[in-house]
Design a binder for this molecule. Structure first.
Ligand SMILES: [Cu+2]
Length: 684
């Protein structure tokens, strides 16, 4: 059985019989549709045995130790993981998993290593089905998603939306309960889900943002693409990882503050270890095994947390980082000074602040960010008297819901700002694009947000009999309100007074024109609060250029990933029709969902300063082929970026005199208003 099946898979890899001409650029020749099919079924009913006959047969026959011949590491990773299996050291099934837990993380990373060692699909899928049976489900999902993201074998495979794979992380316990009941009485159901908390809580007004399931998917996808634990032993180097960490969180903090302004909420106070934590949080969510996510009261004094850290440890870490910023250098393992007062300093600082565990700055700088998540996460129960489960802050899937997340990140963002403020402001010569002027900025269409209902399947929240077919599952789903915006375009009039074509990089940002009290935002404050809306390159012809850029084209954003059902149907149709499966636009879900491109407006209109910076493009370019596309590549993809400039350029450095920007012709600004006419955001 074992031999026959493997042979058929290997033969398939050489020449897939029913795919004819539809071979894509898959390194091992196995069609994308087959890979997507296998991945869909690995994740379908994650907490149960496999529901697909071929995979099930492979699970019974595959021996990981017999397939190490082609592995670059000669099978070292497989042997290690098999040793854990043999000695029963692996985390049990149905238990929780958190990437911040060092032991659990090491286990997940072993599987990532094993999967990244596989050079062809038969070996990869064989290991994937084998360890699916052996490992904790959530450890498995984390490792599998990470491996899919980074393996060349799966470069066309779409990661199914996690809120449908592990609905418990995204769905309130009340709705899960309704779903169980529907399943028991065998009656299909669609259940409205409200945001956590009640309207007595002012923070409830912006729960639509932190609890957006697409935003959380963006966040986990970013962390999977840029893991803090990544190093070259996983296959290649990820460029600008630390800087990306800074930028993605900086943007989240800026968005959160803009959402507060449109909802008339005062700005969020940054975390202070020696002050009370004002905002409490009740997640209203439970783990798959029934354990609730911990709750935290309002106004608690921040306590030492058993087995995590003491408050003074956190302060020491913070002070060492503050010292490094003030000195302009950090100290590596050998005691050498590494200069950070330059363009790349932010990258080093990002690595240090997120987590020092796997980088050359050793334990001296600690893991301010990761520890911060754990410290705050346990404040509801610092001595683990009531819960043994991690909090929402200890999962990328759920961290964005808790207001404490933004307090922590506001505090970290402030450290980054201190560093950036140490750098020399850009000079007029650096910023100027000779002969190029932004004449006019217009919006075609309306800057208007609104709330829509969105439905997602809860099918995977519930267990089934093993023989149950995918198609026979009853429709049980949750309906949630979510923010989106009407389509619009930026229309920018640019004059090129040179007598030749010029390649330009165009960056579009917006920041709240006034704070919540109506006070005008000074330029140097505003530019730090800038929300990045788009970044692209454009060839400017001599004379007048009208550049129209649709909101849907923004390189900062990605489209919504199709539902698991739709992925499944498209995949099966491709296989049945021997056609190509091309879902490439959904492969990188690392960007912000496009529907969240602009912050929520309000009835009176929220004023934003919209700025367009047009700068010289040739010196900026990293790679010719991505210059003029509209594809998502904002955070870069596997180390390829649109440009060489730091994230946030040219607004990333201190502006001592804003007149400089007003006088540069290649920098344009205008005031726009974002509306939202129906304030009804919640189900009643
Ligand atoms: Cu964080």
């Amino acid at each position: 059985m074992k031999i026959v099946l493997l042979c058929s898979l290997v033969a398939a890899a050489a020449a897939w019989p029913y795919f004819g001409d539809f071979q894509r650029d898959e390194p091992d020749g196995v069609p994308t549709a087959q890979k997507q099919h296998d991945i869909n079924f690995l994740l379908h009913k994650l907490y149960e045995p496999l529901h697909e006959a071929n995979l099930k047969a492979l699970e019974d026959s595959f021996d990981p130790l017999a397939h190490t011949a082609n592995m670059p590491d000669g099978g070292v990773a497989v042997n290690k993981l098999m040793q854990e299996v043999k000695t029963q050291h692996l985390e049990e099934r149905h238990h929780w998993f958190s990437v911040f837990n060092a032991t659990q993380r090491e286990e997940a990373l072993l599987l990532v290593k094993v999967l990244l060692q596989c050079q062809d699909w038969p070996t990869a899928i064989g290991n994937a089905v084998y360890f699916r049976k052996m490992m904790n489900e959530e450890t498995y999902v984390y490792a599998l998603y990470t491996a899919i993201k980074h393996s060349p074998l799966t470069k066309h495979v779409v990661l199914p939306p996690l809120y449908e794979i592990m609905p418990h992380f995204f769905t309130s316990s009340e709705v899960i309960q309704q779903a169980y009941r529907a399943k028991l009485i065998e009656k299909p159901g669609r259940f409205n889900m409200n945001f956590t908390g009640t309207q007595n809580n002012p923070e409830h007004k912006i729960a639509y943002f932190g609890e957006d399931i697409g935003l959380s998917t963006h966040y986990i996808n970013w962390h999977i693409e840029y893991p803090f634990w990544w190093n070259e032993t996983f296959g290649y180097q990820i460029e600008r990882r630390g800087e990306n960490y800074f930028w993605v969180h900086h943007q989240l903090v800026n968005r959160f503050e803009a959402e507060r302004i449109s909802n008339h909420l005062q700005k969020i106070e940054k975390l202070h270890w020696e002050r009370n934590l004002h905002e409490g949080f009740d997640p209203h969510t439970s783990y798959k095994n029934g354990n609730p996510f911990p709750f935290r009261h309002d106004d608690i004094h921040i306590e030492d947390v058993d087995k995590v850290a003491e408050v003074r440890d956190m302060i020491v870490m913070e002070n060492r980082i503050r010292d490094a910023i003030a000195h302009g250098y950090v100290i590596d393992k050998e005691g050498n000074k590494v200069d950070i007062n330059n363009e790349h300093g932010i990258d080093i600082l990002g690595d240090i602040i997120e987590s020092c565990v796997y980088n050359p700055y050793n334990e001296y700088y600690g893991s301010l960010h990761n520890m911060g998540h754990m410290m705050l996460g346990h404040q509801g129960d610092p001595h683990a008297k009531y819960y043994d489960t991690p909090s929402v802050l200890e999962h990328y899937e759920t961290a964005l819901r808790d207001p404490a997340f933004y307090k922590l990140h506001k505090y970290i963002d402030d450290l980054f700002r201190k560093h950036k403020d140490h750098l020399k402001p850009y000079s007029r010569e650096e910023l100027l694009f000779p002969g190029v002027a932004v004449n006019k900025i217009d919006i075609e269409g309306h800057l208007e947000t609104y709330v829509e209902d969105y439905e997602y399947s809860l099918m995977n929240a519930m267990d089934d009999k093993e023989e149950m077919k995918w198609e026979d599952n009853m429709e049980i789903s949750a309906i949630i309100p979510r923010l989106r915006h009407r389509d619009f375009s930026f229309k920018v009039n640019i004059m090129n007074n040179n007598d030749e074509k010029k390649l330009s990089t165009i960056r579009i940002f917006a920041w709240p024109h006034r704070d919540v009290n109506g006070v005008l935002m000074p330029f140097n404050e505003g530019r730090w609060h800038a929300i990045e809306l788009d970044k692209f390159q454009k060839e400017l012809i001599p004379g007048e250029n009208t550049v129209t850029r649709k909101s849907s084209e923004s390189s900062v954003t990605v489209p919504d990933v199709p539902s698991l059902k739709s992925l499944h149907e498209q995949t099966e149709a491709a296989i049945a029709g021997s056609s190509e499966l091309n879902l490439d636009e959904f492969v990188s879900a690392t960007g912000l969902p496009n529907r969240l491109l602009i912050p929520k407006g309000n009835a009176a209109g929220v004023e934003f300063k919209l700025v367009v910076a047009v700068t010289e493009g040739v010196a900026d370019s990293v790679n010719d082929e991505i210059n003029l596309t509209t594809k998502f590549h904002h955070y870069g993809h596997h180390g390829v970026y649109l440009d060489k400039k730091p994230h946030g350029y040219p607004l990333d450095r201190r502006v001592p005199d804003e007149r400089l920007f007003h006088e540069i012709p290649n920098f344009g600004e205008t005031i726009v208003k974002v509306f939202n006419h129906d304030e009804h955001v919640y189900h009643h």
